[in-house]
Design a protein around this ligand. Structure first.
Ligand SMILES: [Fe+2]
Ligand SMILES: [Fe+2]
Length: 388
């Protein structure tokens, strides 16, 4: 889960309405093809570039296979050692009375949590539940995709096991929310169906350099967000929900470690290629996985959910800048050597970006303070209105 931030930085929005005549996307380096039927594309999508990694670089990933087996796969947890959602939920194998007593206790615990909190938790859950989209995205990356569905390549082994670990997040949050009785499940279920059907546009161009920069950032962002929902659950009187969110956050941190380790290795074997990829992703902005969410009612649902998350401090524009700074430190980008002129340009851009984001955010906050507060209805909480 993440919030869209710092709109004004270098984002190129397409002319609207889209016309096939003036919108093109590039495939490989030379082929330029018109985009398919503009009428079917939502206006929020950007021009789509594909297969931007030069074909010879597929070899980089081939040559890193034994490294990945040694340094990435150990960051997975064996299934037998993994937590499962049932460990945090009322036990349905008990007698009906005992089971319903546990549900009552759960409802007692969540009683004091504010509606704002539920909106954020639902948004997080919906984001987790669109997991098929994320697995698809990773399997779109050239050189690391799962070619057969059971490929023994360490990249494919990682992606399947990562998906299997992630799958527990949405399951657990969904069941907990269902039992709480505080949210409108049919509206949430509709949102998930819409979101998976719509997909996402991370602008990673089938390029694993871009893809792993994106996932490093995203895993860190989800770690931060779930960590904050854990803190708020504890303050709001539900220690089980706090433990649950904290446990999910710990998974995200382990995943972040794996993806950022891959980028670190790419910086070692191909410093300019990796640095330019980081610059490219940061210039385009990290698009949020659920940025196209819709419940059939509110066309600005993602924006509204993000505003609530920002107000509660679950995920803020400052977190975006913090994550960037964290990754700059983690990858030691300021000290990176052996770069070409293009690589150095990307390095300067990325290393100077966080303060610019913070400044833009301050200005945006100032503007927001002068505006009248907005009240928005959320279908997820039975159309109750919240102040944004
Ligand atoms: Fe997750
Ligand atoms: Fe994750």
């Amino acid at each position: 889960m993440q919030i869209q931030t710092c709109h004004s930085i270098t984002t190129q929005t397409l002319p609207h309405p889209w016309t096939p005549r003036n919108i093109y996307h590039r495939t490989h380096r030379h082929r330029v093809q018109p985009l398919k039927s503009a009428a079917t594309a939502p206006p929020s999508l950007k021009a789509q570039k594909s297969h931007s990694m030069p074909p010879e670089k597929v070899e980089v990933f081939k040559s890193l296979e034994s490294w990945a087996s040694q340094w990435v796969l150990p960051l997975l947890k064996p299934v037998e050692q993994c937590w499962q959602p049932q460990g945090f939920l009322p036990d349905s194998s008990l007698s009906f009375e005992e089971f319903t007593d546990q549900v009552k206790v759960l409802r007692e615990r969540t009683k004091e949590l504010p509606d704002e909190y539920f909106v954020v938790l639902v948004g997080d859950m919906v984001t987790e539940d669109a997991l098929p989209t994320y697995q698809t995205m990773i399997n779109n990356l050239d050189g690391v995709r799962d070619e057969s569905g059971t490929s023994p390549s360490p990249w494919a082994v990682w992606t399947r096991a990562w998906t299997a670990e992630e799958n527990r997040h949405g399951d657990l949050l969904r069941t907990y929310l269902y039992l709480s009785g505080r949210v409108d499940m049919p509206m949430i279920e509709k949102t998930v169906q819409y979101l998976i059907a719509t997909g996402m546009d991370p602008r990673t161009e089938n390029n694993p350099y871009l893809g792993f920069v994106y996932t490093s950032f995203q895993e860190r962002a989800t770690f931060v967000a779930h960590g904050n929902t854990a803190r708020l659950a504890k303050e709001g009187g539900d220690p089980v929900l706090a433990r649950l969110c904290g446990t999910i956050a710990a998974d995200e941190k382990r995943h972040e470690k794996a993806y950022s380790r891959i980028v670190e290795k790419l910086l070692e074997v191909d410093p300019t290629g990796a640095m330019v990829a980081i610059g490219d992703m940061m210039e385009k902005k990290i698009t949020m996985p659920a940025h196209l969410m819709y419940d059939g009612e509110d066309p600005k649902l993602f924006e509204h959910y993000s505003a609530v998350a920002q107000r509660l401090g679950v995920y803020t524009a400052n977190d975006y800048a913090d994550i960037l700074e964290f990754l700059i430190g983690r990858w030691r980008l300021e000290k990176l050597e052996g770069l070409t002129a293009e690589g150095k340009r990307a390095q300067d851009f990325v290393c100077g970006l966080a303060p610019r984001i913070r400044k833009l955010q301050e200005r945006a906050e100032e503007r927001a303070r002068k505006m009248k507060p907005q009240r928005v209805k959320f279908s997820w909480i039975f159309n109750k209105e919240l102040l944004l």
